[in-house]
Ligand binder design. Sequence first.
Ligand code: 5GP
Ligand code: MN
Length: 321
Amino acid sequence: MSEKFVDIIAAISSSKNVIITGHIMPDGDSIGSTLALGLALEKLGKKVTMACPDAVPESFLFLPGADRIHCGVPKNDEYDTIFVVDCSTPDRVGEEMQELLNGNITVVNIDHHINGVQFADVSYVDSSAAATGEIIFDLLDELGVIDVDIAINLYAAILTDTGSFRYEATTSLTHRRVAKLLEFGINVSRVTKHLFDEKPLEVFMVLKQALKNLYISKCGRAAWISINWDELQKIGAKDEHTRELINYPRSIKGVKIALMFREPSPGLVKVSIRSNDDTDVSKIAAEFGGGGHKRAAGCLIEGDIETIKEKVIEKVLKVLD
Ligand code: 5GP
Ligand code: MN
């Protein structure tokens, strides 16, 4: 057995009744990692509850086991261990789940973000991994429990968090891990169709509206896009339909820092920040109470969206100066 997972494997061995969760506004890495670990622990004979602080986005409902993910914390259960995946800070699990972290329970954190907070009894954080799914792959590979359903979940986690292997964090090791996953018999075209080529109509309605609010700075090095609560309501779209908007300002030639502003609920603004050069945008996000990675970060801010836009853009332009 390799040294690196000794503590996590010990926590697994002494657990009987576990709950697994990822972060609020879940992405593919959060959902895929939760499911892969959950299905694996079940194979190891544990009583497993898989949870998510928010509803699972429609595009991930095809993942094996997704119908078993509870939205929120299922009550009346005596968990001995909580596995928190893809979260760098405890607030990422949402208020209800955070209460569980403070109770009489062993907390295990598996994550790949930089500058996280130490909040667990057992932590395994590897910021060189492009996805939490890569770390879970190593763990489950070592435990010898991967099957095709688990492989699909890990594949989806890694594929989504690397932007289909386009982002800087993608390494030869990422590809080696994925090669091993494919050997379990994943139907690649079926999985990628679900993930990327079967979008709800709302995604396009949101894009049409948001493109009216796509702007670039005078210097051409910052660009941003936004959609507010009223606009989302008019379309009848949910927050999950806004996920891809950040790619539009991000892929304008010459843009170094791209931003997306959206209002998932009235008066709450979610900011996504992406860097196309060496600027560490997790530092910018941290100034507004968030975090993330060097090239992809975010934060949640309460207040008026237009005021928040001004403040964050001003900060970004200063950093670029
Ligand atoms: P996204 O913009 O896609 O929501 O997030 C980009 C990256 O930043 C992800 O790795 C995500 O975990 C992190 N991130 C996004 N929002 C927050 C936040 O409010 N707090 C922290 N700590 N990290 C965030
Ligand atoms: Mn991730």
